[in-house]
Ligand binder design. Sequence first.
Ligand code: SF4
Ligand code: SF4
Length: 294
Amino acid sequence: MKGTIFDIQRFCLDDGPGIRTTVFLKGCMLRCAWCHNPESLSDKVQLAYYENKCVRCGKCREVCPNGVHSFTEDGIRQVHFSSCVACGNCVRACPADALALLGRSMEASDVIDQVMKDEAYYRHSGGGVTFSGGEPTMQFAFLKELLQLAKAKGLHTCIETNGCLAPARMKELLPLLDLVLLDYKMTDEDMHKRYVGIDRSVVLATFAFMGEEKQPVVLRAPIIPGLNDNEEHFAAIRALKAKYPNILRAQVMPYHTIGKGKYGEIGMDYTLSSLENATETQRAAWQARVDTEE
Ligand code: SF4
Ligand code: SF4
């Protein structure tokens, strides 16, 4: 079975125990304002344009069947991303590497072959493979096959998920999962709808389901200064930990600006431009508030 991925990163140390390979699947049903992987949101292969590399030669305009690339009479370079069908003509024609297609279609078996290259590291470190995104469960059948193949190889398996998959569907995956990294993003109901895009009850139902199933979970909490770095939120995280013994720990994920520049490259707007990277001091303070015993 084939699926669409946008990256395979080796030697990851923060996506589960030990040394891991993290496979990033394309597609997500949410649009969190702080997402640092905007290229993961669409489930399609998509065009990226790197303005600082462009020498304005016009080759892309000549070869594009859909008029995606244009120049105004004033010489302003325009890219009409929504008309692109990802044929790749312009990427091949560009002499300056100013264009790229993000994402590729891969067989599940080829993904696992790549993952297995670091098997020795997994064995010695207690690591394995993590499937992330995007939201990996968006490509449910592909993810299931990846997990089956990984398990058949004896790998420790993990997914990083936003908790939107219906529990009945998630149940199919649990026998194939050693660990779930489950996001908890906002406590204020209105803010959750506004900045995450869905009702918080969907995610709470997933925490409850994981608890009933005794599924080992690491709660992952992105902390965004000014949005959710408040006592109500930290107290809610502590309460979840106290309520569900299957939550092994809660891990703060401090806001950073790594993804900011990528938005424009794929024709998207970034709405949190005024925010700065969280500092190590902030991260440690937030983690301490999450770790305080109730
Ligand atoms: S990938 Fe194809 S459709 Fe998209 S901009 Fe390039 S030439 Fe046009
Ligand atoms: S082909 Fe490449 S360098 Fe030339 S105008 Fe298009 S994007 Fe710019």
